[in-house]
Design a protein. Structure first.
Length: 240
C-alpha cells in the first residue's frame, strides 16, 4: 500500500503540472485573442485626399448665401469627418477668395472656431457652464478638439457626461482614440492625459449606457473602450 502511494504521488504532481500549463497556455491564448490592437480600430480620420473629399459633402452649406441657423451643429458634423484644423485651414483659404456678402457661412464657421480656440484657462468654466446650461452638446463636442489644452477638453467631456446625449458618442470616441498614446512631455503631461481619458470614458459610459466602471486609464484599456464604442456606433447606425 505504501509503495502504491509513493508511486502515485509523483504521477499526480506531474498531472497537476501539465494541467496547470495547459490552462496557462489557454488563458494566454485567450488574452491575445481578446486584446484590441490599434489596427483593429476603424473609426478615425482619412488621409489628406480623403479629407478633401469629405469636405466636399459640405460644399452646399459653405457655398450658400443663406446663413446657417446652427453653426455648432454643422461644425460637429464636419468634425466627425474631418479634423478641425483641416476645416479651419480650408475655410481660411476660401475666406481669402470670397466676401461675407457672397458666402457668409465661411466667416460664421470661422468665427465659431476662433472664439473657441481663444478661450483661455480662466474663462473655460464660464464657457462650459453656459454651453451646459443650454445643453449645447454640439458646441461641447467640437470643444473636445477646439479648446487648446487637454485640461480644458476634459472639462468639456465632463459636461457631456452630465448631459449624456448619444449624438456626442462619435466625437468622444475619436477624441479618446487620439488620447490613446502617451504624451511626449513629462509626468505632469501624463497626468493631464489620464485625466482627459477618464473624463472621456465617463462621458462615453453615460452617453452609451455601457459599463466602463473598471477602466484604469491604461493604453490597452483605452483601445478596448474605443472598440466597444465603435461597435456601439455601428449598431446604432444600422438601426437608424
Amino acid at each position: 500500500m505504501f509503495l502504491c502511494i509513493v508511486i502515485l504521488l509523483p504521477m499526480f504532481a506531474i498531472l497537476l503540472t501539465i494541467g496547470s500549463c495547459k490552462q496557462k497556455n489557454k488563458n494566454e491564448a485567450n488574452a491575445g485573442k481578446n486584446s484590441v490592437s490599434f489596427e483593429d480600430i476603424k473609426i478615425g480620420y482619412p488621409d489628406i485626399e480623403g479629407q478633401k473629399k469629405e469636405m466636399q459633402k459640405f460644399s452646399d452649406i459653405i457655398d450658400s448665401k443663406s446663413t446657417i441657423e446652427k453653426p455648432n451643429e454643422i461644425l460637429r458634423q464636419m468634425t466627425e469627418h474631418v479634423p478641425l484644423v483641416f476645416i479651419e485651414t480650408h475655410l481660411k483659404d476660401l475666406s481669402q477668395k470670397n466676401t461675407l456678402k457672397d458666402r457668409p457661412n465661411i466667416f460664421i464657421l470661422l468665427d465659431q472656431i476662433n472664439d473657441m480656440q481663444t478661450i483661455n484657462e480662466p474663462n473655460t468654466s464660464e464657457f462650459i457652464e453656459k454651453a451646459t446650461e443650454n445643453r449645447n452638446t454640439d458646441k461641447l463636442s467640437v470643444a473636445l478638439f477646439g479648446l487648446r489644452t487637454e485640461t480644458q477638453q476634459a472639462k468639456a467631456a465632463e459636461a457631456l457626461a452630465s448631459i449624456g446625449n448619444s449624438e456626442s458618442v462619435r466625437l468622444l470616441t475619436m477624441r479618446l482614440l487620439n488620447a490613446y498614446g502617451y504624451p511626449k512631455g513629462g509626468s505632469e503631461d501624463l497626468i493631464y492625459r489620464k485625466e482627459l481619458r477618464r473624463s472621456l470614458v465617463k462621458a462615453l459610459g453615460n452617453c452609451t449606457g455601457l459599463d466602463f466602471s473598471n477602466y484604469d486609464a491604461s493604453e490597452a484599456a483605452t483601445l478596448e473602450i474605443v472598440k466597444q464604442c465603435e461597435d456601439w456606433l455601428m449598431k446604432k447606425d444600422k438601426k437608424s
